[in-house]
Design a protein around this ligand. Sequence first.
Ligand code: ADP
Length: 731
Amino acid sequence: MKPRDFLSRLSKGGTPAGVAVLLSLLALCMAAMIAVTTLHEVREDLSLAFLVVFGAALMGLAALIGRIALEKTAALEKLRRQRTFLQTLVENSPIGIAVVQGPKHQFTMANLAFRSVPETGGAAFIGRPAAEVLPKGIADPLISSLEEVYRTGRTFFIREGEVTLGPRGDRTFWDGYFVPQVGPDGTVEAVIVIGSNVTEKVLSRQRAEKLATLAETNLAQLQTVLDSITDALIIADSSGNIVRVNPAALAIHGYRSPMEMLHPVAQYAQTFELRRPGGELIPLDEWPIMRALKGETFSDYEVLVRNIETGQTRHMGYNGAPVLDGGGKQTLAVITIHDITVEREAESEREKLREEAQRRAATLDATLNSVADPMFVYDPEGRIVRMNPAARRATGYRHEVEGLVLAERAPSLNPRTADGRPLAADEVPAARALRGETVLGFVMVCDQPTGTRWTSNSASPIRAADGRMLGAVVTAVDITAFHDLQEQRDDILRAVSHDLRSPLTAILGHAQLLQKLAERGAPASRLAQSAAAIEVNSLRMNDMIQDLVDAVRLEAGQKRLNRQVVRLAPFLTDFLERVIAETDQPRVALDLPADLGPVFADPNALERVLTNLLSNALKYSPPQARVAVRAAQSGNEVWVSVVDHGQGIDPDDAARLFGRFYRGTSTATSRPEGLGLGLYITRLLVQAHGGRIWVDSVPGQGSVFTFTIPAQAAAGQVAVGGQVTGCATRG
Ligand code: ADP
């Protein structure tokens, strides 16, 4: 250091050490001067004394100043260290600290934390305005706070001010302190800004608050749920104390306040007795709550709970489960109780009703089964819910058909009225009854498995006490036989009134003519002609009457067969000679195998069958045309055929020829010789022998009528002396 500098530093009030050195040098100079004066020119004692004292004082002063100077240096060093410490502290403080001043709020200082505010982009702070350096979200509230400080001159706070920062718009929270630095004139010269990011604190507090609110809400909801569930709920702790009950639990056990129930479970054994539905007593450690406390989970544990004090017993259903804490340790047990007394009572009532219904159904079934006529019970849609055996036999319905509604099932029967008009599904008696109508004796014709059946139907709706339609009941009396009889009666009436009248008219006419011829004295040959005509017509009439009588007898089962062994060859030869008119005999040929065995038949019936077939063959073929009678053995039966080469039979007629009063379309009008009973009687007689009859014919070429008759060997398999009934079997 140059002396001038040194002095200038001294003059400017430099270091105290410097001043002390200066004063010491000054004192030494003065002491030297005194010594020189003392040795060489001591003139005045006073001056010497003064100088000595002055010098000593000066040296003392110099020593004092030197000490002060040393102390000041030490203090200054301490201050410097403190300042460095403070600067380091401030720079590294986690709290942002900055100083701004001037109208544009320029930074004169900003520590690391302040400079690290997000979105400042590591910009230089010092000397730059806040609005430039800081993100807008922070700059705006900062500037308005600074202005507030300038306005009021007082410290200003912002607590947990929210700022949205970052590309994701994160919510951040900041505490800010704005401390004015006031100059001597009282104006704010600068503001110290202390800011800290309290986002984490605020967010975690908010989270905690939220959780607390949630927990509170959940708790409140849980409480509400517990209070509002209709099932009783009881919670017990692991020591077997009841710790919580809901209002339903109070009600079900007859308590008024929860406090009355918060006791050890064991205490309840004095008031309640629990039994299994079978009546067996349940020991306390198997009570539902105890089972749950033992860690069991169960549901629908049915228990009869008897209040020993009141004597009242209720039927309860228990569900139970243990409650585990997060670590899997059982802390509580919960049971819910459902009073099922009413349900069980209703169940037993239902059971009683079911038994009663079953009993009634059995009675109904027994009644229905005992009725000989078919009876049906329908549901409102027309499904068959009940039918008696007669109905089952008549319809042959399989189970799945019973389940069909009326509209689906009825058409399969092809129902029609007595005069043949088809009936729609909604016109049948069951449908009418299901609409509320009562039907009596409605005659209906249906195609059933047993053939065409005539039924007289009565139907009624079945209604509940309140008038609701429950279904319908229908009785279908089979009147087919009655109808056949009626038809038979009509046919006979028609035969008597019409067919028998034509030969009678002829007889009457010839008788009157005979009278007149006799009166006029006509020649005998002329009289003989009329007498012959009378004879022919009388015979025809006789045949007709015989057919009528035979048919009625056969149908009524009054004709008995008198079966015996018949050797066909001699029987047929004799028959042709006896029965066939001499004029016709040359037309008829017998064609029999040599080994033809005997048959087992009623000879009269057999003769009648052959007469009918042969007379038809002769009648319905040209006068000279040949007719053959053939026979052949076929297993246990013998086939007999009558073959002609006549007009043949229309295929439409062939199927109906064997019916009562049926006359072929080609012959009915042209040659009304018979009543149409011949083939009918023939069929009944053949069938009475256990045989069959059929025709093979080609119109214009001829016909072959074949019937079978049991051979003698098969006689044992045929009912001997069988009655002949034909009424139920129509051609
Ligand atoms: P009928 O006694 O009136 O002759 P049948 O029952 O014997 O009645 O015959 C019924 C009808 O069958 C006759 O009207 C006739 O049309 C027809 N028929 C019967 N046999 C023959 C046949 N051999 N050839 C052609 N038609 C026949």
